[in-house]
Design a binder for this molecule. Structure first.
Ligand SMILES: N[C@@H](CCC[C@H](N)C(=O)O)C(=O)O
Length: 283
């Protein structure tokens, strides 16, 4: 097989993008191709694979496969890169348009300069907070906010948010000491999260700034997670650390995102989208 690809990143969260307007990929092969592409030694090396596809519900569709071949339902950094690709390649011609994901349909706005797009804003929609919506086992509650959560003998406080995909958010005093590698993989696979979970550690810097590190479901530590940054700001607002309707700067390992959970319940994400390389993958 020879698969044409574009490698793009948002804040270092990098995926191999395949344009299914141009190339047909068999459904059953997708997880295997994602794993092969992501392999840093025998593939291209990435956090996973993203498929940009025709949609009957929106202007363009996006599917995300993690490094281990599992499929996620949404991807914030992937949405910004998909928006960039769709505009630069004439899939859409207006600067505002809709993208379908497995979770929902989001609104994208690109800010082109001489035809090329570097910055994108996405209205990610409303977070889901109910325990069953995360999903997380236990008695149904309106939301899981600062709930006692014991793992590996350690007592943490958990706030859980779904941005179409599940996020377990923990606030820490110092981001450098966050137990990312120790607890990230254990929490990801904790049975209390039947679909697994993305794990975020957050340090509150001020009412307008957060530090952020992530262990992603299916990919491990990445430099950034867009849905995770949205979940972090929602969790910070639910815990009274930041206010709704304000722009919050989230400092991720790969750079900054600006997130705003507005008074109407929508979560807005703004940040970069960059092309790294184009080529053909042989497998
Ligand atoms: N990096 C992404 C999220 C990718 C999917 C996630 N690992 C999952 O399985 O839910 C982002 O930028 O949001």
């Amino acid at each position: 097989m020879e698969i044409p690809f574009t490698k793009m990143h948002g804040l270092g969260n990098n995926y191999i993008y395949v344009d299914l307007f141009q190339y047909q990929m068999d459904e059953a092969s997708m997880p295997k191709i994602a794993r092969a592409m992501a392999d840093v030694h025998k593939g291209i090396g990435s956090d996973g694979m993203i498929l940009i596809h025709p949609s009957t519900k929106a202007d363009v569709g996006m599917r995300i496969f993690n490094k281990d071949g599992s499929e996620g339902k949404s991807c914030g950094n992937g949405l910004r890169c998909t928006a960039k690709y769709a505009f630069e390649n004439g899939i859409v011609t207006e600067p505002t348009f809709q993208i379908e994901t497995k979770a929902n349909i989001v609104e994208a706005e690109v800010f082109p300069l001489e035809g090329s797009v570097d910055q994108v804003t996405i209205n990610m929609g409303e977070p889901a907070l109910q325990r069953t919506a995360i999903p997380m086992l236990g008695y149904e509650t309106e939301a899981v906010i600062r709930e006692d959560y014991t793992i590996e003998g350690q007592l943490l406080e958990l706030t859980a948010v779904s941005m179409g995909n599940p996020h377990a958010v923990f606030f820490v005093e110092d981001i450098q000491d966050a137990p990312l590698y120790d607890l990230g993989p254990v929490i990801e696979k904790d049975n209390r999260f039947p679909d697994g979970v993305n794990v975020e550690f957050i340090q509150v810097v001020s009412e307008r700034e957060l530090h952020f590190r992530v262990w992603e479901r299916g990919s491990g530590v990445t430099q950034a997670c867009g849905t995770g940054a949205c979940a972090a700001v929602v969790a910070a607002a639910l815990n009274g650390f930041v206010s709704r309707g304000k722009d919050i700067t989230v400092h991720l390992s790969g750079g900054d995102l600006v997130i705003n959970w507005d008074e109407n319940g929508m979560v807005w994400m703004s940040g970069e989208a960059k092309t790294i390389a184009t080529g053909v993958f042989h497998c």
